[in-house]
Design a protein around this ligand. Sequence first.
Ligand code: SF4
Ligand code: SF4
Length: 501
Amino acid sequence: MQNIYINPEFEVIRNENRCIKCRVCERQCANEVHSYDADLNLLISDETKCVNCQRCVSLCPTKALKIVKNDCRLRENANWSDSTIKEIYKQASSGGVLLSSMGNPNPLPVYWDKILINASQVTNPPIDPLREPMETKVFLGKKPEKVQRDKNGNLICNTPPQLELSMPVMFSAMSYGSISYNAHASLARAATELGILYNTGEGGLHEDFYCYGKNTIVQVASGRFGVHKDYLEAGAAVEIKMGQGAKPGIGGHLPGAKIVGDVSRTRMIPEGSDAISPAPHHDIYSIEDLRQLVFSLKEATEYQKPIIVKVAAVHNIAAIASGIARSGADIIAIDGFRGGTGAAPTRIRDNVGIPIELALASVDSRLREEGIRNNVSLVVGGSIRSASDVVKAIALGADACYIATAAVLALGCHLCRTCQTGKCNWGIATQNPELVKRLNPDIGSQHLINLMTAWKHEIKELMGGMGINSIEALKGNRLMLRGVGLNDRELSILGISHAGE
Ligand code: SF4
Ligand code: SF4
């Protein structure tokens, strides 16, 4: 029932002179904002249901529609903002936890925007990436401390299993169930074409996608949905999900309404039952327990696949990462507090965790200090928005980055931030067959390929400007970075100097 205290967040403006009453908007809106009144011969709008996904605006043939933020505000002050008051009204009427999706929207510092990149001038000249070779390939996994040779001088190649990526970016975990079949198909095809990897998330692997196994990371989360021997063997790497940036410290919950058909079969749970992943893994209460799971998964995959442990960026992340590096894991994935999600409690999403930039710098420094940096690769995610964020992350110490929000934007997401409703009008965060059809995997995968191709060009240009010709030479090269508008403590954690120094 509509809460009478809360004004609609958005206003639908329809230019009646342009509207030809084709009713496209009515058919396209899963939220039922638009309807046709035959008596008036007019399209009318129920703005209380509008989430500003922009589907109707994009598809209106005469461009008759505009959605704007409703400027009718409650009487707010510095302490009680319009949105804070509305949240009280919502909880007073529902008695429930507020739910949201995508990442933390609050105006906390984005350190990527306070870090600037160096460029060569005069000495150590820049490299022209159009004319000279530039290596963007990376290998993820444990590295030997030094090159080893036998008594005849031949190279001893006993490197543990590695993931080979054509560029230092992968598609982060998004489960089948939270996103659609066509969204998964787009990610799987694009990853294969690009020579990178995508990640199943905790929803299992649909049988149609086993053929993309070489470019798939299969995830094992606390709910163990869809985990079996064939699944573990299908992927190129196995990721143990201990935490997620959007909701550190809590589990997951996919409502029974979304557990239908193939989603239920893939997760191996009955149709209509809620898929609840507990907050902890019930067999992991220490690094020793984690080590047991790491080695169980290595054993199950005959020591042929790297094991990733994914954690959320939290206060003592450096110590946590040190423990994980000693657990036998090959790769640590760290997810910052801006990381997206299909659904999370709003209070958790907006108040728990720390920025990925600070977490990455402190983890890389700690592992180097302890002499165990080569034991693991570091993959970071949680709002990596552009090629320059990738370059800054690599220079701060990452081996590669995970992207998810940027990937779904490439698929057509308009960041309406209502994935939790399952009514995604762009066919991404939904299981409604009529909505799923709206995302064409041929077009979706091509857009992902285009985005990554563009980023690869930009990464090469940025590296060339620095006079660096490989990702390996950029990795952990913090001399290439300078801070602006940061205090001494922030600069010290990031391990960079201030601009001008
Ligand atoms: S899609 Fe545009 S032209 Fe068609 S009915 Fe809606 S507002 Fe009118
Ligand atoms: S995936 Fe769909 S529902 Fe979620 S934010 Fe994007 S457009 Fe909205």
